[in-house]
Design a protein around this ligand. Structure first.
Ligand code: ADP
Length: 463
């Protein structure tokens, strides 16, 4: 396997996940095995020692009460009937001289360790492996006269039981681990499918610039599918944002081109015609008017951007906002009269709120300007002001052309103009400015409208 492939496998999340899982599993299995192994080994040892210990006790009592003679005759008497034949019994005197010895056949060629006289009081155990199947287990006890009694017995080799256990553990565990690892990689690889889809969709969008690509969804509802769903929604949002940005850019370019082309036309005409100060003056006046229009578009766009980004500086003061509406109504009285539109107001005085008067006046002016623009001659406009403890509400109601339901969400977008509104003057920036300014005051604005019946714009400002 090349080092490149190994590196790639190491970076693969499914492989890494399975490796972690397998390592944890291996560690737990090893701890479990060790525990069972130790318990088994100690149980085997206990079982081996039980028989020897009981004989050691019995012979000790005999030796202490009747000496070597009593021990010899007891063993000779009961040797055949009981299993003492299989026991090694030796008494060693204080000078390491053997006082008594009886041993089974397989112990003959074996010299059990001669015990040091420094042997502590109590029982001392020795275990010596004999062959593959048997061990010698020996217990020794020192008496007060310096002699030592040894009792031994052949026991099943502990290794014979423990070794297959160890071998089988490895033989069973290694395939299980391998199977677990491979199965883990496969399952993790399958589970990570949505992640791979997300990566490949993102990559293909980066490579091709095609914003319409989406992550294929599965029916399940797990976290990764939710992530894929959210990712798609984000792509959807980004696509519509980029689309509206492009449209805005197109609209700005279009809206700037018209006044600039007019300016250029007036200037060219003035240059071509014979010098006549009246004509030149007219051309310059046209240029000033058109450049004013360009500046208004740019200023309004910057105001909206500033308010939307939260960087706007408001000069806040507590005042009666209805008085601001009255001021605006006065400014538009002439236009209303010209269009034979009646403007009525209905205020619960005083409607006090903390606002930047210049910005809020602009909000009311835009709403009233629209109501006048989109209401036919003889129509009516009514402005209501009300307040409660938490907010001031202002409603601008007109009996104009109304706004189709499908346009009502879009009228707040920068440079958006309704289909039927194109005959009227306008930049498509009035309502985006209204929304941005009202939101900068932590308020909100909403519309309710029916085509042919009229519209109602409601501004809520915190009191
Ligand atoms: P503009 O009036 O310059 O077109 P606005 O941002 O002020 O831009 O308004 C966006 C659109 O909302 C308008 O083009 C029009 O279609 C619609 N609109 C706004 N106010 C009204 C109203 N009072 N009655 C009907 N339509 C309206």
């Amino acid at each position: 396997m090349s080092s490149n492939l190994l590196r790639r496998l190491g970076r693969n999340f499914s492989v890494r996940l399975s490796l972690w899982y397998t390592s944890i599993f291996t560690l737990s299995a090893a701890v479990l095995f060790l525990l069972v192994y130790l318990l088994l080994a100690s149980a085997l040892q206990r079982k081996d020692r039980e028989v020897i210990e009981s004989h050691l006790k019995e012979y000790s009592a005999l030796y202490q009460s009747g000496g070597v003679g009593a021990l010899r005759s007891w063993i000779a008497r009961s040797g055949e009937a009981r299993k003492e034949k299989s026991l090694f019994v030796r008494v060693v005197g204080p000078f390491n001289n053997v006082l008594f010895l009886t041993a089974p056949e397989d112990w003959i060629q074996f010299e059990p360790p001669t015990l040091e006289f420094g042997l502590p009081r109590g029982v001392v155990w020795v275990r010596i492996p004999k062959d593959e199947e048997r061990d010698f287990t020996l217990a020794a006890r020192r008496f007060s006269d310096g002699s030592i009694l040894q009792v031994g017995r052949s026991t099943n080799s502990r290794e014979m039981i423990l070794q297959p256990f160890r071998r089988n553990f490895l033989a069973v565990t290694i395939p299980i681990l391998l199977l677990g690892f491979i199965g883990g990689v496969l399952f993790a690889y399958r589970a990570m499918q949505p992640m791979r889809e997300i990566v490949s969709t993102a990559q293909s969008i980066i490579d091709t610039g095609d914003l319409s690509r989406r992550v294929p969804l599965r029916a399940s509802e797990d976290e990764l599918d939710q992530l894929a769903r959210l990712f798609n929604r984000m792509l959807e949002k980004n696509q519509s944002l980029i689309k509206s940005m492009r449209e805005s850019l197109d609209n700005v370019a279009h809206d700037l081109r018209t006044p600039l082309a007019r300016m250029r036309g007036s200037a060219e005409m003035a240059l071509r015609s014979p010098p006549d100060s009246a004509q030149l003056k007219e051309a310059l006046a046209d240029c000033v008017e058109e450049s004013e229009r360009v500046l208004t578009i740019l200023r309004t766009l910057m105001d909206v951007a500033e308010a939307e980004s939260g960087a706007i500086n408001l000069s806040l003061q507590k005042l009666d906002v209805c008085s601001l509406v009255r001021e605006v109504v006065d400014v538009y009285a002439g236009v209303a009269e010209e269009k034979k539109i009646s403007i009525t107001t209905d205020f619960a005085a005083p409607c006090e709120a903390v606002v930047d008067p210049a910005r809020i006046r602009q909000v009311f002016a835009n709403l009233l300007d629209n109501a006048l623009k989109y209401t036919n001659e003889g129509g009516q406009i009514n402005i209501q002001g009300a307040h409660d403890t938490s907010e001031v509400t202002l409603k601008f109601r007109d009996t104009g052309m109304g706004i189709p339901a499908e346009e009502q969400d879009r009228i707040w977008d920068r440079l958006y103009r309704g289909d039927k509104s194109r005959s009227q003057r306008g930049l498509g920036l009035g309502l985006s400015l209204v929304k941005a300014f009202v939101q900068a005051h932590h308020g909100r604005v909403e519309v309710a409208s029916q085509v042919g019946q009229g519209s109602e714009f409601t501004v809520h400002l915190p009191a």
